[in-house]
Unconditional design. Structure first.
Ligand code: PMP
Length: 426
């Protein structure tokens, strides 16, 4: 089986899983060799309603009968309805959407809008960020390698992420004073050729180690942008639509970005994303030449899935539920931390939670071998979760992101497996 996979599939992400999937439902993935795996990754943090939610299936089936795909300038009712619903969910002035497919695409489009609006081209991101792996987005994805692919987009800058557990600037553990933001912008101002267009941030640096931005950080970033005439882009690929216990994570900081990008969680597993901004920004960008006629822009089928996702989030009260289950998961993991000194930090928001494994709580030396071993053992015992690589040098951050529909029983199973795996691997 492995030979076949390695013969016909490019190994785009290292090794493939040690099984082949037969089907997936709810929080579970079932394999062809009869295993049941509790999926605390929600696929790629996308299946927020659980795998194969019947209402997504119904919506897609309806769309398959009515209309799957259209020329880019033809809009069907579902596309319009989804754009309307997004505007209703969002604060003013976020009102106009372009419906796309992947997270990389939504961010590429956000950069294009910002460039067309400002007439400038430089983009600032945070170290440990992830915004996509296409040329523009990869240039500000600082949690992954840039090596070997030629030049980054000119004018791509990184400023230090507010990583409180390992503060890179003042070592102010759990008391971020945002010096990193000040220092970062001082450096950007020196390096800039006077063409700053935008800053892009994830409210929780997920691939970078599940690092929630400290309270007030987005507001301070907003101010830095305003002072420089830059647009603030919030990338809510993972955090949008309830994952953090708010409909959008920027709400935690009482700030409205100029441009919002959403993807993964909007389609619940179907490729759907949106870049959303104000009428003012969109209109000026269009006047200045903004154009994005991709094959699947405004496709009806993913839009139908997106409407079903929004309906289920409302009908099943998933935002509230995420607050509750997130608090329960956090409580269980904090209890586990008291049993294992190797769990250096437990952090996150809602149902996007990370554990950082260390050799020693004083030195905080990353327990990289342990991270790999525990993840492997968990999978053998029936729990799937991710190791996130931080800045590329760490393999000690484990990410748990179950579907928002997960139950307390499933959380107990997951934490039980994690406990057993830690005992086995230590
Ligand atoms: N932004 C964030 C925050 C992400 O986590 C990801 C995917 N991991 C992306 C953008 C890129 O999305 P995609 O892989 O759909 O292009």
């Amino acid at each position: 089986m492995n030979d076949e996979r390695e013969r016909f599939l490019i190994r785009y992400a290292g090794d493939f899983a040690p099984f082949v999937v037969e089907k997936a439902e709810g929080s579970w993935v079932l394999t062809t060799d009869g295993r049941r795996i509790l999926d605390f990754t929600s696929g790629q943090i996308s299946s927020t309603l659980g795998h194969n939610h019947p209402r997504i299936a119904e919506a897609v089936e309806r769309s398959l009968r009515e209309v799957i795909h259209l020329n880019s300038w033809m809009i069907n009712e579902d596309v319009l309805e989804l754009a309307r619903r997004l505007a209703e969910l969002l604060p003013d002035p976020l009102e106009q959407s372009i419906l796309l497919n992947t997270g990389s695409e939504t961010n590429e489009v956000a950069f294009k809008l910002a460039k067309a609006f400002t007439g400038k081209f430089e983009v600032v991101g945070l170290t440990r960020s992830f915004h996509g792996l296409l040329a523009g987005t990869n240039s500000v994805t600082f949690s992954m390698g840039h090596k070997g692919f030629g030049p980054n987009m000119p004018g791509s800058f990184a400023i230090p992420a507010p990583y409180e557990y390992r503060c890179p600037v003042r070592h102010c553990v759990r008391s971020c004073d945002m010096t990193c933001l000040d220092v970062g912008f001082d450096l950007v101002d020196q390096a800039s050729v006077g063409s700053l267009a935008a800053m892009v941030v994830e409210p929780v640096l997920s691939a970078g180690g599940v690092i929630p931005l400290p309270d007030g950080y987005l507001r301070a970033a907003r101010q830095k942008c305003d002072e420089r005439g830059m647009l603030l882009i919030a990338d809510e690929a993972q955090t949008g639509f309830g994952r953090t216990g708010a409909m959008f994570a920027f709400e935690h900081d009482d700030v409205v970005p100029d441009i919002l990008t959403v993807s993964k969680t909007l389609g619940g597993g179907i490729p759907l994303g949106a870049t959303i901004t104000s009428a003012e920004i969109a209109e000026k960008a269009v006047q200045n030449g903004f154009l994005h006629i991709t094959t699947h822009v405004s496709d009806p089928m993913p839009a139908a899935a997106g409407l079903a996702v929004l309906d289920v989030i409302a009908d099943e009260d998933l935002v509230q539920r995420t607050q509750k289950m997130g608090a329960y998961l956090m409580e269980q993991l904090r209890a586990l931390q008291t049993e294992f000194p190797q769990i250096g930090d437990v952090r996150g928001r809602g149902l996007l939670v990370g554990l950082e494994l260390v050799e020693d709580r004083e030195t905080k030396q990353p327990a990289n071998d342990l991270g790999g071993a525990v993840t492997e053992e968990c999978l053998r015992l029936g729990l799937s979760m991710n190791i996130v690589k931080g800045d590329g040098s760490q393999r000690n951050c484990l990410r748990l992101a179950p579907p928002l529909t997960t139950t307390a029983e499933e959380v107990d199973i997951a934490v039980g497996i994690l406990r057993t795996a830690l005992r086995t691997c230590l």
